[in-house]
Each structure stands twice: as C-alpha cells, then as structure tokens.
Design a protein around this ligand. Structure first.
Ligand code: ZN
Length: 490
C-alpha cells in the first residue's frame, strides 16, 4: 500500500475527512516516577525518530513507536512531517490555578492577606457578570494552550456564572478542565460571601449541569478552611458523599500565619488536614494546593489516602509561603503534581514553573553536602504523568498508549540563539567526555551509551526545562485536534 505523506511545511492543513494521522517527531512519555529508578531513563519511553499514530475520530492514541516500524505497521495512515525534529510529549498538567486572577498576575504585595484584599477580592467580584467571565475564560484557556497545558484543576469564584463560563469554553475546545464554585461564607468581603444553603444549591446545580459533560469534571471547592464555617465544610462533605466521583479542591498549609489561624479557628482539630477530614473532604480525589508546612501525621494521612497535592513553586516564592519539601514529599510517597497557582504564581507555563522548582529544591539543600537536584526527568514527569496521577487521571491521559486521550504538546528544543548554542554544546561536550554529565554525587552516572535513543536526553531536557518558556511551545493538541499553534490563528 502506498504511504501518504504531508509535506514538512509549517501549519499544513490536514484534510477534513482524515480519520487517522501519524506525526513523525521525537516522542517522549513517562511510564512511572523516575525518582527511585537506578537508571532514570528506565522510567520513560523515548523515540528519537518516532511516530505517534492517532485516531482523530475518537481523539485517542492508536500507538507510538519507532518511525520505521510504525510506518510499516500503519501503512495506510497519513503521515505528517510537520513536527520532525521537534519534541512531542503529553500535554502539561496544571494541578492548581485560579482563572479569575489571570489579569492580576504578578501584583505587588507584602503578604498573602494584603494581596487578597488589595487585588484578588476586587478582581474576583467582576465574575458575577457572565459576559466578563466568558471573556476571561476564553483568554485564560488560550493562555494555557499557549503554554502547552492541556488539563488544569482551576479555581473559579463564588459566582456560578464564573464556573459555567469556564466549563462552556472547555466544552467548546473539548478540553479536560476540572473546576467548581468557590464556597466562602466568612472572613472575606461581604460581596464575595455566599451562604451554607446557597453554596450547596449552586454547587449541586453545577454538578448536575457539567460534571462528566464533555471532558469536564466538577470539583467541590471550599476556598480554604478559614473562609468557611464548620457548617459549610460539612455541606461540602455532604456533596462529596452524594457525588463520590467529584473532586475536592482547596488549599492546605500554604503559609505559617494561615496554619496558626486555622489552629485558632478549629482548636478541636488535630491539625489542618484534620479540619477537612472531619468534614468528609479527604479522599483520593481530593487535591490540596501548596502543602508547604505539613506535619508528619498529615503526610502519613496523605500517603495513606493517596490524595493529590499541588506543588506551586512560583507562587510559594512570590507570596513568601516557604519551600515545598520536595524530597520529603517524594520519599513519603505523597502523590503530587505541579501547579502554577496563577495569579499567586508568576507564570502560566510548566517550563517556568519547573525552573523555580529546581532552584528552590537546590536552595532548600543549602546546608546539605551531598545535594540531590531535581533532574529534568523528574521535572517533566511531575509536569505530565505525575500531575495526571495527582488528579487520578493517569488511566486516561499522560501516556501515548493505545486508547489514551490524545492531549499533547509539540515543543521546539531551541527557539533562539542562546538555546541553540547551549544545545550544540551538549553534543560537543559529550563527544569529548563520552558520557552524559547530568549526574550529581548522589545520582548514579547514566549508563546510556552513544547510539541509544536516550543518549544525552537528560541533558537536552534539562536545557529545555531551565531555559524554555512559552516560546518553545510550537503547538498544543486536545483529543488529537490542534488548538494552538505559535504565530498562527486557529
Ligand atoms: Zn491557590
């Protein structure tokens, strides 16, 4: 059978009647957490000259593999060479973010409380207007796509309109978005407070209207313990009981002042997590943002439940929350992914988020002699499959295995002079030292030899992780369909 092939031109249109397509590219995905592997490369699949075969009708992956092998096996499938020499990986997962704060990202403040009162609450008030909510929803989801993010767990506001607007736009894009109405009935301005009954009723309506519609999922969302009365937390737990496959999304142990505040508001609770637990809010499908200051009993509980945690380094730094105990979290078996926490976070993208994570993890080991940095494999794992696991979606997204939803990002390894020079240096250096240099005293030397597809991959990904940003995102695809391409209107 004759193989059909698209010319390797940028943005070449795929014929409308095509049901299957295959993309030739460098193809990467993770199968497990590389952290504990003797050779971290064993945790991932990488094809230097690969082919990703998709079923566009179903929006799913048929198979990924070596180009020559896949080409022979799927001889009738149209092949696109548009991404040849680019890197395809599963779309990035943002495990915690606030879409109403899009317009106030990077606002100057001395503390979380000042920041909330000065910028956040007045900004969030605007979302009582459905038209405003629609406008920002479109802007926000487009911003995610520009950054290669294909799934996010998102805070809206107390206004049901804010949730409906985001879900409607996600349905239009066929995007996997999890969000829900913020529940907040105390310790906030009057204009941003709801009531126990009202928050229950609005949440119920939204669950019935949007949960499992398209690829949307609902999260029951008390903002955080201090802004809900015990009664409201209990009502949130009641909703979870009624709809067991919905999510719980809230904040936990973000900064020390907040931890003290929770202690004074809920003196009968053993710790902060226990406040949520007493209201039936700690489950596998619960996702807690930040978790910077967890106690050992809290870590033990989170490990036991395998609830999700969002590590938000840009926000932890920007708002001075503290340093997430990365190694402690991994070694305690905490199920965590990465979050941008926009607008407390300073960037919409996972690449910049990983850059901050890397630096904080280094700084947190300032007194450690034999430091262990976060490798690029660990970073990209957390931004993809690790995030899927934190959201309990690892059986649907995050890998290029048969039947997985075809959400992916196409990245340019280099988009400017310094990235190219840096990239060339990796190969030049390797040819003289004959080994990967991306190792530390506490990590074993890579055993990957020249000629192996994975040779120098850790070094190349490290360059991309530390120097990349949204400019490196060439295109972003949801359920197989291209929804963003750099420099082009779609
Ligand atoms: Zn947050």
């Amino acid at each position: 059978m004759e193989i059909q092939q698209l010319n390797p031109q940028n943005n070449q249109q795929i014929p409308a009647n095509v049901q299957k397509i295959a993309y030739r590219a460098n193809i990467l995905f993770f199968n497990e957490d590389p952290y504990f592997k003797e050779t971290q490369e064993d945790a991932l699949t990488f094809y230097k000259d690969g082919l990703l075969v998709l079923d566009l009708e179903k929006g799913t992956v048929i198979e990924a593999g070596n180009y020559e092998e896949m080409r022979a096996k799927h001889a009738s499938v149209l092949i696109s060479e548009e991404y040849k020499d680019k890197l395809i990986m599963p779309g990035f997962i943002d495990c915690h973010t606030h879409y109403p704060q899009t317009e106030m990202i990077c606002s100057f403040a001395s503390s979380l409380v000042n920041w909330l009162n000065t910028y956040t609450f007045p900004t969030e008030e605007q979302f009582k207007d459905i038209n405003y909510a629609k406008k920002i929803s479109q802007f926000y989801l487009n911003e995610l796509l520009k950054n290669g993010t294909t799934t996010a767990l998102v805070f809206a506001t107390i206004h049901p309109e804010s949730v409906a607007a985001l879900f409607d736009e996600a349905i239009r894009l066929n995007m996997r978005i999890i969000t829900g109405k913020t529940m907040m009935n105390r310790n906030a301005p009057e204009f941003l407070q709801d009531t126990v009954e009202g928050s229950y009723r609005d949440s119920l309506d939204l669950i019935q209207s949007y949960h499992n519609v398209g690829r949307c999922l609902y999260s029951i969302t008390p903002r955080f313990a201090p802004t809900s009365t015990q009664d409201q937390l209990n009502v949130a737990g009641q909703l979870k009981h009624q709809f067991p496959d919905t999510y719980i999304h809230t904040h936990l142990n973000e900064n020390l002042q907040e931890v003290d505040w929770v202690k004074s508001l809920f003196p009968e609770s053993e710790n902060y997590l226990d406040v949520y637990d007493k209201s039936n809010l700690v489950h596998k499908h619960s996702v807690f943002a930040h978790c910077v200051h967890c106690t050992q009993p809290e870590l033990d509980k989170m490990k036991q439940i395998q609830c999700g945690v969002a590590y938000c380094p840009t926000s932890n730094g920007f708002l001075g929350a503290g340093m997430f105990p990365y190694h402690q979290a991994v070694q305690n078996g905490i199920n965590f992914g990465m979050g941008t926490d926009v607008g407390g976070g300073t960037d919409f993208g996972m690449l910049r988020t990983l850059q901050d994570a890397y630096k904080f993890i280094m700084v947190s080991q300032q007194h450690v002699e034999n430091r262990r940095p976060m490798t690029s494999f660990e970073g990209f794992y957390r931004a993809t499959l690790g995030g899927c696991k934190a959201l309990s979606l690892e059986h649907k997204i995050g890998k290029f295995l048969p039947g997985y939803e075809a959400d992916f990002v196409v990245l340019d390894w280099c988009v400017n002079d310094i990235q190219r020079l840096r990239f060339e240096n990796i190969e030049k250096r390797a040819s003289t030292t004959q080994q990967s240099t991306a190792t530390s005293e506490s990590l074993k030397l890579s055993t990957i030899k020249p000629g192996d597809d994975k040779y120098l991959l850790q070094d190349k990904l490290f360059g991309l992780m530390m120097m990349g940003d949204s400019n490196n995102v060439y295109s972003t695809h949801l359920a197989g369909i291209k929804r963003y391409q750099r420099g082009n209107k779609i």
